[in-house]
Design a protein around this ligand. Structure first.
Ligand SMILES: Cc1cc2nc3c(=O)[nH]c(=O)nc-3n(C[C@H](O)[C@H](O)[C@H](O)COP(=O)(O)O)c2cc1C
Length: 187
């Protein structure tokens, strides 16, 4: 018994790529990310702030889970969770992570990777305070952590129905961001 034929029969890349931007690519990946996530929401993507966070455990084995992007600013891509969680232990031992987004309606995915820093106690408490009463239930201020992923590489992937997908990569350098112009790939 194999699932392969059934899996192969499922449609993929069923969305529609937005009309290419007239605006040039921004110098900062954060700016392009904001443009893209807003376009994803406008195109009807549900929960576009949902992402997969990958970390590494004590045995050097990758671990990944779904969570919500809480903020994006000069400090990085922010996410939060309980201090008692596996991700908290993994990040304390190995403060680096990857965060991926997939927005099917616009055939777009974004990959972010870099080191992770814990936000201040005030910022973590503010994030907890902003949650609903039900979500705060039983969690004290010190039990909740906000982290920021400080990206050193951000990849923007634009899928295409003709499979001529485009990848645009921002790499952090000593003097800012180096931008690799969109490269076609056939996958
Ligand atoms: C849509 C969605 C959003 C989630 N958001 C969060 C979140 O913001 N923070 C969090 O700690 N867990 C969140 N979770 C639960 C995580 O996926 C995961 O089960 C939990 O964080 C425990 O992971 P860990 O044991 O690897 O730390 C979310 C799950 C889903 C499906």
């Amino acid at each position: 018994m194999t699932m392969a034929p059934w899996l192969r029969s499922l449609p993929s890349l069923t969305g529609t790529a937005p009309t290419p931007d007239a605006e040039p690519l921004p110098d900062q990946p954060e700016e392009l990310f904001e443009r893209w996530i807003r376009q994803a929401v406008d195109a009807g993507v549900a929960e576009a702030h949902g992402a997969t966070l990958a970390t590494v455990d004590a045995d050097d084995i990758p671990d990944a889970r779904t969570l919500i992007l809480k903020d994006l600013g000069p400090g990085g891509w922010a996410f939060a969770g309980p201090r008692a969680s596996a991700k908290a232990a993994q990040l304390a031992a190995h403060p680096a992570a990857a965060l991926t987004f997939w927005w099917p309606a616009v055939l777009r995915s974004v990959r972010v990777r870099g080191r992770v820093v814990e936000a201040s106690a005030e910022d973590s408490a503010a994030d907890l305070a902003a949650r609903s009463a039900a979500a705060r239930d039983g969690i004290g201020p010190g039990d909740w952590v906000l982290w920021r992923l400080v990206a050193d590489r951000v990849e923007f992937w634009q899928g295409s129905s003709d499979r001529k997908h485009l990848r645009t990569i921002y790499r952090r350098t000593d003097d800012g961001w180096q931008l690799t112009s969109p490269e076609s790939e056939n996958r």
